[in-house]
Ligand binder design. Structure first.
Ligand SMILES: Nc1ncnc2c1ncn2[C@@H]1O[C@H](COP(=O)(O)OP(=O)(O)OP(=O)(O)O)[C@@H](O)[C@H]1O
Length: 261
């Protein structure tokens, strides 16, 4: 049985626009963070939503050897969790309740053990002090951390995080990537994270997919995919990749690629 996520001849989009057309991706590994990179509008969210069964799609998806497209929506949503860029507005629950509700979707009724499990996760994310705060009274970054708690508590086999760092400060960006890396490894799940910060991708990604106009430009280890050539092609920027004094590779953007004419 092939482990990880396999995507073959996969197409998805909207009524008037095919965004991903016949995409085939070498298997995404278990136990490692895959970073999904690509410019605005290239189809990253559309792809993640389709992997989660939230957008209509054609093609084949195998998760740890089982065909996802053939499974019921209920079964698929136990196995695959998608965290959107922002939480839905107007939900009048406090943080603890909202994570308990998410947990019930996969692990049954609320109990004192469930509450303790949720509190431990909120503690790990540094937001236990917000447990009794209402979702609509949180800052953007705090909401993002609650969304992550709601996703992790469901213990999926495939975790899809759409720009989970976009509202987080520098400290939390590192903290969250470290936590997600650890949980991905311990649970041996497939995790796909969309980020725009190329240095975060280089530092925390263990596997990288680069998309352009719905097509796969490159995939593999960060050092092989995040290259000056691929960044010029995908984002239209001139860049250098150099190691800092601690030996960590960093991307420096020198400017835009000049287009002829
Ligand atoms: N609900 C929708 N109906 C029709 N077209 C859509 C819809 N959502 C997105 N699109 C279009 O699909 C294309 C891909 O959008 P998508 O949101 O997947 O891009 P993205 O790579 O996630 O971008 P970003 O980095 O800006 O979040 C875009 O051209 C967008 O305009």
């Amino acid at each position: 049985m092939t482990q990880g996520l396999r995507v073959c001849n996969f197409s998805t989009g909207y009524a008037k626009r095919q965004v991903i057309d016949n995409l085939t991706v070498p298997a995404l590994p278990r136990g490692k963070i895959t970073v999904l990179l690509g410019p605005n509008g290239c189809g990253k969210s559309t792809l993640l939503r389709a992997l989660a069964g939230l957008n209509r799609a054609q093609g084949q998806l195998w998760l740890n050897g089982e065909e996802l497209q053939a499974q019921s929506f209920a079964r698929r949503s136990e196995r695959v969790v998608y965290l959107p860029q922002s939480l839905p507005a107007g939900v009048h629950l406090h943080v603890l309740e909202s994570v308990l509700v998410a947990r019930q979707a996969s692990a049954g009724k609320a109990s004192s053990a469930a509450e303790a499990e949720v509190m431990a996760l909120l503690e790990q994310l540094g937001i236990a002090h917000l447990a009794l705060s209402y979702l609509d009274q949180l800052s953007g970054g705090q909401k993002q951390l609650v969304g992550l708690a709601q996703s992790l508590i469901r213990r999926p086999e495939l975790l899809l995080l759409d720009e989970p760092l976009s509202a987080l400060d520098l400290n939390y960006q590192f903290h969250v990537m470290d936590l997600v890396t650890r949980e991905t490894r311990q649970r041996n799940i497939v995790t796909v994270v969309v980020v725009h910060d190329i240095n975060i991708a280089l530092r925390h990604g263990e596997h990288v997919l680069m998309l352009l106009n719905g097509e796969l430009i490159d995939s593999g280890e960060p050092g092989q995919v995040i290259t000056a050539k691929n960044l010029a092609r995908t984002y239209g920027v001139n860049s250098r990749i150099e190691c800092c004094s601690r030996g960590i590779p960093q991307v420096f953007i020198d400017g835009l690629v000049e287009r002829p004419g």
